[in-house]
Design a protein around this ligand. Structure first.
Ligand code: ZN
Ligand code: ZN
Length: 248
């Protein structure tokens, strides 16, 4: 008898194979397209952030200063040097994140990595911060077991491959379980997550890390994970998320 995790893994793989040539979002036939996951129309309509955004929280803000961030972030200090979001957490982007995160469609990681890589290139993030390692925010083990894989690690792997950077999915880990964040306010989120993450110094000391997650809501998860990396000796942490929701 195979462990449940492997069975789920296989089932996830079969799902991907069962619908290889239709658009993930609108189900249009893709047999004549080279793109594996989305039709051209759905790809174009993803809600990208094109405007100037705050360098600390990723929220679009035309008045954000390059160094100080938006008005809310200028008064706060952050463990990460910068946060880059590819788009807003709505429409097709939200749908793709949900397909990956809750429905276990691995194929959704491809277009998500692609849109994030494009944003990072446009902002010249990797070169300006001299990033040399990609690390995913570890998702909770119970959620992974239900899904059959770690969605953030998969996204980070696809992204690292696109960017030509090494990935270390074991550099950061969870020390304990934390109840789901979804229904909590900002302060409660911080309490809930305090000390949840730890990083392995032997893997991150002196490194310049791109920390990858799917969605930034209040920014608490990214900040806690970045803090753990810094504590373990990472020189620079830049957070990259596919989608940002909510304000700073
Ligand atoms: Zn489509
Ligand atoms: Zn901000």
């Amino acid at each position: 008898m195979l462990p449940a995790r492997i069975l789920l893994d296989l089932a996830g793989g079969l799902l991907d194979v069962a619908f290889p040539r239709t658009c993930f979002l609108c189900r249009a036939d893709l047999s004549s397209s080279r793109n594996q996951a989305l039709c051209a129309r759905c790809w174009r309509s993803l809600p990208r952030l094109r405007r100037r955004a705050c360098d600390r929280c990723g929220t679009p803000d035309p008045l954000a200063l390059w160094d100080g961030g938006c008005s809310a972030c200028r008064r706060r200090s952050f463990p990460h040097r910068s946060l880059v979001a590819a788009g807003s957490h709505r429409g097709g982007l939200r749908e793709l994140v949900h397909l990956l995160k809750y429905s276990g469609f691995r194929g959704a990681a491809g277009p998500l990595a692609r849109i994030l890589a494009a944003r990072l290139r446009r902002q010249d993030t990797l070169r300006s911060h001299r990033i040399d390692l990609v690390v995913p925010v570890p998702s909770s083990a119970s959620r992974d077991a239900a899904r059959g894989f770690d969605h953030a690690a998969l996204l980070a792997r696809r992204l690292a491959a696109r960017l030509g950077l090494p990935i270390d999915a074991r550099a950061l880990f969870r020390r304990r379980r934390a109840p789901p964040q979804t229904s909590l306010s900002g302060a409660a989120r911080r309490r809930n997550l305090a000390g949840v993450f730890a990083a392995r110094a032997s893997r991150v000391r002196g490194r310049r890390v791109l920390l990858v997650d799917d969605v930034r809501t209040t920014g608490t998860t990214a900040a806690e994970a970045a803090r753990a990396l810094r504590r373990a000796g990472a020189r620079v942490v830049v957070v990259a998320v596919v989608a940002a929701s909510g304000g700073p």
